[in-house]
Structure formats: structure tokens, C-alpha cells
Design a binder for this molecule. Structure first.
Ligand code: DX5
Ligand code: ZN
Length: 224
């Protein structure tokens, strides 16, 4: 069966002064996931937001909260992010001492599990966890900031991961994050990704319109 093609707008690029409205716009535009980037200033250079913000927007939408943790030693905070309203929690392989324990902790908290690798981390490193997670996130930029350019060399890993998932008969979702635009989304799609994070390409003067445009494209590809 063809995997479901999903748009996950990254809230990092939203206008925080009107966060509630921004979230309503991407929901109305048909985006099933809201991608929520948590940065600690150590694993990545920047600091974004944490539990209180997630908690306060939980009542604004029914979208799947796709929480992308860019923090060191993520096991410390899993239960708090789950309690804040996360549905899916993704941690970085590079940030965890014992990735298996983080996976167990996320499951214990009742959330779906995602694992992520940075551009320089080979796909092979994540293979031992592939049958234990719901989603693999392959970063298509160095994590830390929105608005960067997609690194085309990362798409080789997307191809390798999709081949692995197919060969093993797994149901694992394959997410890409970083530099996804309307005019290049076909590249990760062709490489085998099925969940597409887009921040700066979605949020802006016409958040609703851009969300719809992406969604219509993905729907046409889903039914093709
Ligand atoms: C980067 C974050 C991304 C970011 C994507 O570290 O993980 O989710 O918001 O932003 P764009 O789509 O603008 O590259
Ligand atoms: Zn992200």
C-alpha cells in the first residue's frame, strides 16, 4: 500500500504574535500534522520554545503534534513533552546515550516514536532501531534554523531508507525536514519520503493559501 503523503508545517516560522491564528490557518488548509521544533541551544546553536508553549496551543487544534526534539539527553524530558500534548516525539540519534531506552520511554508515555539523523550521520547508524520506531526523520539541512537550503546529497539517504523499509516490509514513515519548498518537494517525494516538513515555505503573508497549494499537490500525487 502506498504510504500516506502528509504535510507538516513547522511552527518555527510562524508569526508568534498571532500563533493561534497561524495554527488555525494551517489546519484549515488541510495540514494533518503540526511540526514543533524544540531547541536547547546545546544540541543546536539556537533556542526555540518548550513545554508551556506546546501546552497552551494544544487546545487550539486537533492536528497531530509532531514534536521534533533537538536537545541533548532527550530522555530527561519525554514525559513532560507527552504531558504537554505531543502525539509523536522525535529525538536525535546523535543526542541520545541509549536510543533504545528513549524509544521505550516515548512508548511508555503513549506517544508515537520518531528517530532523526543529521545530514552527516549515515543511514546505517539508525538501522538497529528501524523496526522499533514509527518514523525516521532524515534532516535535509543541518538542524538549528529555518529558512536554509535543502542539501541534495541527503536525498541519497532517503532513497536508501525507503528501499530498506520496502525490503523489510516495514510501515515506518519517512519524514524530511529542511529547505522543502513548493518547487523542490518533488525531489524528496521521488526519493521516497512521505512526510514533508515545511516552515518558511508555508508560514508567511498567505499561510492558508500556501498550505492549500502544498496539500493539493500532495493529494494529486497520492491519487496518481
Ligand atoms: C530546522 C528545523 C526545521 C525548520 C524547517 O532545524 O528542524 O523544522 O523549521 O524550516 P524550513 O522549512 O524553513 O527549512
Ligand atoms: Zn524540525
Amino acid at each position: 500500500m502506498k504510504p500516506q503523503l502528509i504535510l507538516a508545517p513547522s511552527m518555527l516560522s510562524a508569526d508568534f504574535r498571532n500563533l493561534g491564528e497561524e495554527i488555525k490557518a494551517v489546519e484549515k488548509g488541510g495540514a494533518p500534522y503540526l511540526h514543533i521544533d524544540v531547541m536547547d541551544g546545546i544540541f543546536v546553536p539556537s533556542i526555540s520554545f518548550g513545554m508551556p508553549v506546546i501546552k497552551s496551543i494544544r487546545s487550539a487544534t486537533k492536528m497531530v503534534f509532531d514534536v521534533h526534539l533537538m536537545i541533548v539527553d532527550p530522555i530527561r524530558y519525554i514525559s513532560e513533552f507527552a504531558a504537554s500534548g505531543a502525539d509523536l516525539i522525535t529525538f536525535h540519534l546523535e543526542a541520545a546515550e541509549d536510543p533504545g531506552a528513549v524509544i521505550d520511554e516515548i512508548r511508555k508515555c503513549g506517544c508515537k516514536v520518531g528517530i532523526s539523523i543529521k545530514p552527516k550521520t549515515p543511514f546505517e547508524d539508525v538501522i538497529p532501531y528501524m523496526d522499533k520506531v514509527d518514523m525516521l526523520l532524515i534532516m535535509t539541512v543541518e538542524p538549528g534554523f529555518g529558512g536554509q537550503k535543502m542539501m541534495p546529497e541527503t536525498l541519497e539517504k532517503v532513497r536508501a531508507a525507503r528501499q530498506y523499509i520496502t525490503e523489510k516490509g516495514l510501515q515506518t514513515d519517512l519524514q524530511v525536514d529542511g529547505g522543502v519548498k513548493y518547487d523542490n518537494i518533488h525531489l524528496p517525494l521521488e526519493a521516497g519520503a512521505n512526510i514533508f516538513v515545511a516552515g518558511s515555505a508555508v508560514f508567511g503573508p498567505d499561510t492558508l493559501g500556501e498550505t492549500k497549494r502544498f496539500n493539493e499537490y500532495l493529494a494529486s500525487k497520492q491519487n496518481a
